[in-house]
Design a protein around this ligand. Structure first.
Ligand code: HEM
Length: 533
């Protein structure tokens, strides 16, 4: 009798396991059924085991998958149980990002205005609301508006130099990530929030602490959470259910920003104060409905144009700039602009220390530009430095802050020259880091070589194989702002100091497997000294 019961229990458990296995792996035949080249997944991580185990950062994880799909224009992979279409061929990427943008106009970012009003930012918004907001914000990012905010950035650079005099005179090793973090925080405070954050004098202010907390490398638990939830959406549902049950309401991190911005607006409006910053332009959008689009005809502004023809029309009617919408756009400087811009300066200084000849040549360019302009580092002087551009482009090639671009299929789509249909809701990934390190496009990819971007070489790789700011109508709107702050930071530092490798430096740099964006593991340490001549 007991033997019969044991057999029945064993059969029951085995059946349950088989059913559970079939349910879990059911989706794993998704790409096979579609006839899409794919990498066989394994339970429970799909194809991203090393990412889940934090052995590889996102950049290198997707580079590995990109290499495994060599010979194919695209392929199917699984992040946990989620099927992802991975694009490989630059010409095909052009279709998804630009030509057929109407099928892929969103990112995979959930927006819940009630729980997270700051989620109403341009990066996360979807469809018609994104389109209307992008059109409203475009005139606030033109080169004319950059010029207007330029002096706010040079003021922050002066604070940085004052702070550095002492460690430079002592020839100390400094934590470059921390230094540039102060610089970026002050710029965001001044331009986006209309407030002096004074990070160099008060490195533990609430805002500096916030910047540190969103910095990918200091937030590994948060990132682990994020990776698990994107791989296994059920965990997200459970976590939301749990927070609904929880009696104690968690404080909302955005309250600090919402209060600060509304206080500054109230103060300016009461006292009739206007300042030449981004916040002032948003106040104008709120009160007058638009900001004059000055000279969008400039070649520099190409990336801001031609939005209309790609995006579905039919959702007309103006967009009201509510207080929540306004604060969320100030916050986007922290969300999309803080770590990206800071990491470019930090990685670049590291490479300049490792390659003293490139540092010497760049400093010589800064010196001669200053000499020709009475020692003034004006907006036009910054724009005229060609070798500076080449060095920054090479930094962004080797260390693209956003290692994978993401799009969500919003309307069924047939991949050109195939009979493969991409279903609505499919997640599409463009592996920018892998493309930037593909020797077919960038020979000897680990070598730091600004000559790849000189006049003769800059057209030697396909346009869509180099994507540091993305492409198409959802290209980075803050590109000019980011580049301006990077150039001011580098030119100011190089005109005063020399940077070299110290005993604390890590060469080569190791990428942080716990970071969402491309970041060095730990700090970037460099020796700083006053320049010799
Ligand atoms: C050097 C610094 C920066 C880099 C490397 C960078 C890179 C990127 C990349 C790769 C994207 C995704 C584009 C795509 O999906 O096609 C993006 C989007 C975006 N970036 Fe930046 N970014 C930088 C600075 C900034 C700054 C300073 C801001 C300030 C506002 C900013 C705001 C945004 C916004 C709002 C989006 C979303 C645009 C949209 O969806 O319409 N970025 N950025």
């Amino acid at each position: 009798m007991w033997a019969a019961v044991s057999v029945a229990v064993a059969v029951g458990i085995a059946t349950l396991l088989v059913v559970l296995y079939s349910i879990l792996t059911w989706n794993y035949s998704y790409w096979k059924k579609k006839g899409v080249p794919h990498i066989p997944p394994t339970l429970p991580n799909g194809n991203v085991k090393e990412l889940m185990q934090q052995k590889l950062p996102v950049s290198l994880m997707f580079e590995k998958l990109y290499k495994e799909l060599q010979g194919h224009r695209f392929g199917g992979v699984y992040r946990g149980f989620t099927p992802i279409l991975l694009l490989r061929e630059p010409e095909l990427i052009k279709h998804f990002l630009t030509k057929d943008f109407m099928h892929f106009h969103d990112r995979n970012q959930p927006v819940d205005e009630k729980k997270d009003p700051l989620g109403l930012n341009l990066f996360s918004l979807h469809g018609p609301l994104w389109r209307k907001l992008r059109m409203k914000l475009t005139p606030t990012f033109t080169s004319g508006k950059m010029k207007m905010m330029y002096s706010l950035i040079t003021d922050c650079a002066k604070e940085m130099v004052d702070f550095l005099d002492e460690p430079a005179n002592k020839g100390e090793s400094i934590d470059i990530k921390e230094l540039i973090g102060h610089f970026s925080t002050d710029i965001i405070g001044s331009c986006a929030f209309g407030t002096q954050f004074n990070s160099f004098k008060d490195p533990n202010s609430g805002f500096r602490m916030f910047g540190r907390s969103i910095s990918p490398s200091s937030n590994s638990d948060g990132h682990k959470h994020h990776i698990f939830q994107t791989c296994f959406p059920i965990l997200k549902i459970m976590s939301e259910f749990y927070s609904l049950l929880s009696l104690k309401k968690k404080p909302y991190f955005g309250d600090m920003f919402i209060k600060m911005v509304t206080d500054v607006i109230e103060y300016r409006e009461k006292n009739g104060i206007e300042r030449k910053d981004f916040l002032q332009m948003l106040i104008k959008l709120k009160n007058k409905g638009k900001v004059e689009s000055d000279e969008l005809a400039s070649k520099d502004d190409d990336h801001l144009k031609n939005l209309d023809k790609f995006v579905t029309k039919g959702h007309d009617g103006d967009l009201e700039m509510t207080d929540n919408l306004l604060v969320a756009q100030c916050f986007v400087f922290f969300l999309a602009g803080y770590e990206t811009s800071s990491s470019v300066v930090s990685f670049c200084l590291h490479e300049l220390a490792v390659n003293p000849e490139i540092q010497r040549r760049l400093r010589a360019e800064v010196d001669s530009a200053l000499e020709e302009n009475d020692g003034k580092l004006t907006y036009d002087v910054i724009q005229s430095m060609k070798y500076m551009d080449q060095t920054i482009y090479e930094t962004l090639r080797k260390y693209p802050s956003v290692s994978n671009l993401e799009r969500l299929c919003t309307k069924e789509y047939v991949i050109p020259h195939t009979d493969v249909t991409v279903e609505k809701g499919t997640l599409v990934m463009i592996p920018a880091y892998a493309l930037h390190h593909d020797p077919d496009y960038f020979p000897d990819p680990e070598k730091f070589d600004p000559e790849r971007f000189n006049q003769d070489n800059k057209n030697s790789f396909p346009q869509y194989a180099y994507l540091p700011f993305g492409e198409g109508p959802r290209i980075c709107i803050g590109m000019r702002f980011g580049l301006m702050q990077v150039k001011v930071g580098l030119a100011t530092l190089l005109s005063k100091y020399e940077f070299s490798i110290s005993e604390k430096s890590s060469v080569p740099l190791i990428l942080d497997p716990a970071a969402v964006l491309t970041a060095a593991k730990g700090s970037i340490w460099l020796k700083i000294s006053p320049r010799k001549s």
